[in-house]
Design a binder for this molecule. Structure first.
Ligand code: NAP
Length: 249
């Protein structure tokens, strides 16, 4: 029996996209549960804000643009071994399909799909993930259940991520490394205010959620902590849908 199955004490965890929103919250909550963090994103200023909110010491910042090979190399070079990885860096796009050019696909797939996939491939290949480690991928409800207009490129990038992670889960099981996805519905972060959807439209959409509101970043972070912890040592290749009930509406 594990004495404190939900604790992250003694675990080293990499969180990408840790300068904002879900990744920031995840880093903070992981540190509160005892983990040592390696936090990464492009903005050093915002990473420092996250860093200042981490509990405990021994944490590390890696400034890196993961859409570029140099950024992936920087993260690889900063890591010796990790017990957990949260692949969270990503961006949104709302665009009618008739405007979905190859360029737009390349841009979104580069950061939402190819970057996490390549980073994970290298970490695994170079044996930088400890035996019995846990990988958490922040995918999206938009790649699995809700196919709202204008989200085709974004949804496809997340669906691809969702799919390949099941293959990783199978292959990595030989080293007892687990790979699971979290698929959130709309979460109140800067991402949802950056696009072409107005605040009025967001307010209307929020009313459709059975639990009455969009999610909070920490509500995603708590599930990431769960997946990173020893409470889920028998769980791999799965999707956790966190969506305030919108998919059963
Ligand atoms: N909010 C939602 O409703 C929602 C729903 C489902 C899934 N998600 C997913 O959750 C993840 C986090 O989103 P969020 O809502 O927390 O958005 P956010 O607040 O905009 O955070 C996005 C994070 O990704 C990082 N990032 C973006 N491009 C990067 C790049 N090229 N290299 C390195 N880091 C990069 C950003 O850091 P820098 O700008 O400092 O680089 C930031 O830390 C995304 O993968 C998103 O698709 C969000």
């Amino acid at each position: 029996m594990i004495t404190f199955p939900f604790s992250l004490s003694g675990k080293k965890i990499l969180v990408t996209g840790a300068s904002s929103g879900i990744g920031q919250s995840t880093a903070i909550e992981c540190s509160r549960m005892g983990a040592k963090l390696i936090i990464s994103a492009r903005s050093e200023v915002r990473l420092n804000e996250t860093f200042s909110q981490l509990t405990g010491d021994g944490h590390q910042i890696v400034v890196a643009d993961l859409s570029r090979q140099e950024g992936i190399d920087a993260v690889m070079n900063a890591i010796d071994k990790v017990d957990g990885i949260v692949l969270c860096a990503g961006k949104g796009l709302t665009l009618p399909y008739q405007f979905a050019t190859r360029e737009k696909f390349d841009d979104i797939f580069n950061i939402n799909f190819f970057s996490p996939v390549e980073l994970l491939r290298l970490l695994y290949k170079k044996k930088k993930i400890n035996t019995a480690g846990s990988v958490v991928v922040i995918a999206s409800l938009g790649g699995t259940k809700i196919f709202s207009g204008g989200n085709s490129i974004y949804g496809a990038s997340k669906a691809a991520l969702n799919c390949i992670m099941k293959f990783c889960a199978k292959e990595f099981s030989s080293r007892k490394i687990r790979v699971n996805c979290i698929c959130p519905g709309m979460v109140e972060t800067p991402l949802i205010h950056r696009g072409t959807v107005s605040d009025e439209q967001l307010k209307e959409n929020e009313k459709l959620y059975p639990l009455g509101r969009y999610g909070k970043p920490e509500e995603i972070a708590y599930s990431a902590v769960y997946l990173l912890s020893d409470a889920t040592t028998w769980m791999t290749g799965q999707d956790i849908i966190l969506d305030g009930g919108i998919s059963i509406r």
